[in-house]
Design a protein. Sequence first.
Length: 351
Amino acid sequence: MLKSATFQNLTRVPDGAWKFENLNVIIGENGLGKSHVLKAIYSILKVQSDKIDLTKTVLSKAYADKLMSVMRPEELGRLVRRQQGRMKCEIELEFEKTQAYQNCKITFATNAKSLVNVETAPSRSPGLVPQRVLSPVYLPTRELLTLCPWFLPLYDNYHVDIEETWRDTVSLLGAPSIKGPREKKVGQLLKQLEEAMGGKVIVDAKTGRFYLQISGEGRMEMYLVAEGLRKVAMLARLISTGVLLEQGYLFWDEPETNLNPKLIKIIAEIIIALAQQGIQIFIATHSLFLLRELEIQRENKSSKNRVLIKYFGLAKEDSKVSVQQADSLNELDTITSLDESLAQSDRYMDL
């Protein structure tokens, strides 16, 4: 599990150490750095999960390439906070002791183009067989099932100005479903999602296209399924392949997008269930409904199985962005979605 991330001069992201739990929820207005936190951490984890050669020389380019591909600046140095003079960005991750992901620290300055400085590199003991590391998962605000399978060759063979998280996730969606002892656990997690969708997600072995198999009606092309349900289907698919089953990482940018409150409630239940299975989850959200539902679902669990949640409230103070870290929603001083909801209620009552 990732214990903390320390940032210094990364875009508008507040400086300092961010301490994480099983489920981590970032709240704040647009433009305060929520997505940048998710993408920066994801990029570093993705490099560690992909690379067997963890030498500083290899990692220096790999980290830079991934940050560029995911965050899409014109140059790497554009990710450094905009101030006069030469500035240096620092990103440091600290994990619980494990052979899979290991502590690392990178730095780069405003004049950096294609390389980072690897201050602390993950290491493996001589002769140790590299442990299989599950790839982290990044879910953007839109669904990706309708991009399968044609998006991969398009992205790999042409210059496409789309962040690489889409490519990463599309490749995970195409993995085969798991079988064996873990299949029962998958079925338990999928039951609620399949009830919400009204069917099961299937993939055509010949074409690689996805369909919703509806009992008594046959299969429906994923393009004909409502986009909100396609997001639910995407999550169901990643669970069925075992990528989101245990001991992994999920980064989800605005899970509530295109979902009605009924589906948001189901998504909140699945998020809590995945966290209980050992998935460490990072969410950026504007939805007061989702925030409250996560608290409700967490409190409905027994104390033995209760998920630890860490909230990060971002707020703009003059020209800077600050972050408040709290263990419950009520401890946050500022929740923009709550403030605006209350203000709207007052305006509505005034009518």
